[in-house]
Design a protein around this ligand. Sequence first.
Ligand SMILES: Nc1nc2c(ncn2[C@@H]2O[C@H](COP(=O)(O)OP(=O)(O)OP(=O)(O)O)[C@@H](O)[C@H]2O)c(=O)[nH]1
Ligand SMILES: [Mg+2]
Length: 430
Amino acid sequence: MFLDQINLYLKAGDGGDGLVSFRRERFIGKGGPDGGDGGRGGSIFFEVDPNLNTLAHLSHQKNIIAPSGKRGGKNKRKGKSGEDITVFVPQGTVIYDEKNGQLIADLSQSHQRLCLAKGGSGGFGNAHFATSTRQAPTFAELGEPGEERWVRLELKLIADVGIIGLPNVGKSTLLAHLSEAKPKIADYPFTTLVPNLGVVKVNNYSFVASDVPGLIKGAYQGKGLGDQFLRHIERCRLLIHLIDINSPNLLEDFRAINQELALYSRKLAKKPQIVALNKIDLLSPQVQKVKFQKIKELFAKEGLLTQPEGLFFISAVSGQGLKELLYKVVEILKKRRKSSMMRSKIPLLRPHLNLLRSFEIEKSGSVFVIKGERLEAIANKTDIQHPSSLSRLNKILESAGVFDKLKKAGIKKGNYYKIGRHQFCWLEER
Ligand SMILES: Nc1nc2c(ncn2[C@@H]2O[C@H](COP(=O)(O)OP(=O)(O)OP(=O)(O)O)[C@@H](O)[C@H]2O)c(=O)[nH]1
Ligand SMILES: [Mg+2]
């Protein structure tokens, strides 16, 4: 199965709680506090595996949940940390925040790695809070909740060259001839259901080519396999437009494909194309000569080709004409390298859109309600009966800028503010 789009729920591990405990040993009367810290929760990383071509390996996984950190132990033993999880994805995976559609990351480089959900830190055990004046603290911190988010993964294969054309014109045969790829080849339309990638080597230069499943007229309306695969050639630097030289309507074939590209996007329609007429081995040398000339004139007359050298006569089976085609491809790719390198130098990585700082204050009657997913989650997990947990929550609210914003919103002594399931009274000027 080929999968190029998938939704996932990510939940990093919660931090383990700190422990409240006191040393109990024979002959030692009052042992000091020895409750250890909780372990860190596991984080979720995404990493590009260049050997992957699809997202199919993730199809059975709707939720990815990293293990939580363990509770702290006696003897100041730190709880075990939850193990990190690495999700491998193909090069060209684009990750969006499913809730607001925002782009989070564009994984276009091989072995690129980033953290998408950070595990919560462990809470401090009571040993941590012992001071000269507070020798027996009876409280410990709760672990911090791990981040959670809903993401959409979209795969945009990164091929330098896309081979496009009507079904059965020999796109896969060409890819197989030029590279080590072994796409399915057969004498019927729509053999290729998913794009294949292959590395093409020309002397010491190499590039990636992809055969795009056959397009037909009306693909953008869903005819044939539809235009869903055109997304993958959006990033190609060059297209090889393959036409069966034995087709009775060469120009119509050519136009039909270009029409579909234009309907999909203006950018695709403008992408440089090399036109290659395939299957010339089926013509005798005499016929070839006459036919090639006629076709050149036909295309030139229609003004369809901006570069006359963009017309090639090849056989993907015998290999005839492929050398010339390849040289042209390399020449164009070398020229167009600059712009694409510039583009790939700015990988977009915004994994943590500072979730803590994204909150709003709404007024509900006379109560100031703090609305922010992450802050609310933290508040909900805080045991406010314990002074230490409460002070930790206050620290977080402070550093997130909640108190400043409340003041700006006009909160006065005696007013109430609410976060998650807790409601507090604003006691004094902070
Ligand atoms: N004689 C000859 N046959 C070819 C040539 N190239 C491809 N074929 C044949 O044409 C048929 C279709 O080839 P494919 O490579 O599967 O064509 P495709 O364009 O990938 O087709 P779809 O994936 O169905 O869109 C197969 O039977 C190939 O053997 C060629 O240069 N000469
Ligand atoms: Mg094919």
